[in-house]
Design a protein around this ligand. Sequence first.
Ligand code: UGA
Length: 442
Amino acid sequence: MHISVIGTGYVGLVTGACFAEFGLSVTCMDTDAQRIGKLEKGEVPFFEPGLTELVHKGIKENHLTFTSNLPKAVEDALVIFIAVGTPPRADGSADLSYVEEVGRGIAQHMKSYKVIATKSTVPVGTGERIRQVIKAHQTTPCRFDMVSNPEFLREGSAIEDFLRPNRVVIGADSDQAVAIMKDLYRPLYLIETPFVITDIASAEMIKYASNAFLATKISFINEIANLCEKVGADVQVVAKGMGLDRRIGPKFLHAGPGFGGSCFPKDLAALVQIGQESGERMEIAAKAAEVNDRQRRRMVEKIHAALGGLKGKTIGLLGLSFKPNTNDLRESPALAIAEGLIEKGAAIRAYDPEGLEEATKLLPGLQACKDAYDAAQGTDALVLMTEWNQFRNLDFVHIKQLARQPIFVDLRNVYEPDRIATLGFHYISVGRPPRGPNPAAS
Ligand code: UGA
């Protein structure tokens, strides 16, 4: 079967490469001809573990082709996935202009039956809206079906998430479209992946509700962490104790500097906006976003308090991406915190394995360092921002020699507090009591 994927961002490119891995014939289309030129040579425009290899394999086995020619992408395919961006507007609502533009383009070039599936996260009602756009712009009237097939992959583990998902959601109002979609995902039947077959609106809602719930879980544990600090409790143990209750589950209960990325902040804002338009206030989603903004500011205050002021201080930052294994800096708490520290007069030395170059463009005040130890040179405090694996086994004896004073702020609770304190550090984390004497206080 031949399918096309419109949009070669994270979701589009991973979808295309993984369906090619399933043995389908896939055309990935993007209006950015330069991007397509690079992809044809196997150059992936962002960092995602395993994706370059999968793209090379797809090209080599003739399962994966790239084009900037929409008519070609439309004519060849039975199923057309829309995976273009839905960036937030100033009021938080999702900007659907790219999605609608693709809808018009598909309408003008379709000459036979097609299934049009949205992979982008789109507000409830968008499937219907695209259906109307296509109907209004068709040049050759022919039948087509709309499907909502939301994607749940995470950056950094996108391929694994696509190839071994917890579930596949298919929203449609046509048996033929459901059968075709199920056929695409046939390899997943073998690993007994559950399928949720529903209407388009419910499928669209599942995506927003899932992301909002996960984001709320994080904001909830971050509030608990802040309270733990006040009452002398340890949030790691609290989260473990909670997570063992199977009704709660252990995942997304890691306290830290707050969530970032291209999805949770944007999707919470969009859900609040959808609620407003529908006359239903999404108060929990709104609060989850508010608590998240506050958490970033709290991290700046935490470092400020530990150092007794930030003016003239040098701080080393480890990790700038919003999470490990990605170079994505969108809504990264690390960048927001770095900005807050700079505003309060601190000099920043920073290192990130994949996002450093881009980060220094976004925040020219950052002093780019070549590794974690370079970032620690002459610092009043070293702060672990993003839990890349290479920061999980730091040589603290070496860091102590390099730093101006031994203060380690672990915003991802990676280390055992007593162990770092024994190595002569004042150790601060999130939701756990600090350990070791504070050299800045003496
Ligand atoms: C998220 C969802 O997890 C995916 O299921 C979804 O498909 C995707 O959004 C999307 O809508 O496209 P992603 O943003 O890539 O995926 O990353 P996550 O692993 O969910 O992490 C998001 C943020 O939450 C990161 O900043 C991470 O550090 C933070 N986080 C995560 C915590 O602070 N604590 C946790 O316990 C878990």
